[in-house]
Design a protein. Sequence first.
Length: 215
Amino acid sequence: MQKHIVDYAYKSKVLKEHSDLVRWTSQASRLNYCLGNAEENGDFTLVDKLVKKGFPFVTDLQRYVSENNLENEFKECYRINKASYERVKRLKTRVETMLQSGPCLFLTLTFNDFSLENTTSKERRVAVSRYLKQYNCKYVANIDFGKENHREHYHAIIQCDSVDYSKWTYGAINGEKIRNKDISTDTLKLSKYVSKLTNHAIKETTKRSALIYSR
């Protein structure tokens, strides 16, 4: 089977101009999955709840796509959501392993005005990676942009119980311990969050924004 070549410019365009369709495609997939389970166990409680929230049925979404000539955009939305799902699975496994192996921190690394004005995005990415590497433990990180001011910053999950905040000379760091009393719940929440950051970065830059992983 020939591997699909990702057109990141087109992907960015779809994310920007058809964000509703991206969301509806994801919602329709979830509703369809829940509907299949409900038909097997006879419990339609969750299905009714999703429908009340406005989740579309697959047939309704397909009709909308056909009426508005959005077949190509819909295919890209499907690929976006599939990639997001696969990314969530990988991240969930990685973060779960980290949490089970020891204490972890959730970090937000910000840049001051001087750093933003005098470094490139690549240099800032390298700086984040270098800072995390010095602790010789597992981590995963990615870029994000402020919702209102679009200010660049990074989030990271690192498998250690403390870091030296003073060694981050590019701005400021906020950190909090990850409470993992219920690992399955926490990891799902965190992995979805990181996955969301990945799609956001793609939308902002129109280029692939891979996660920063420890080796």
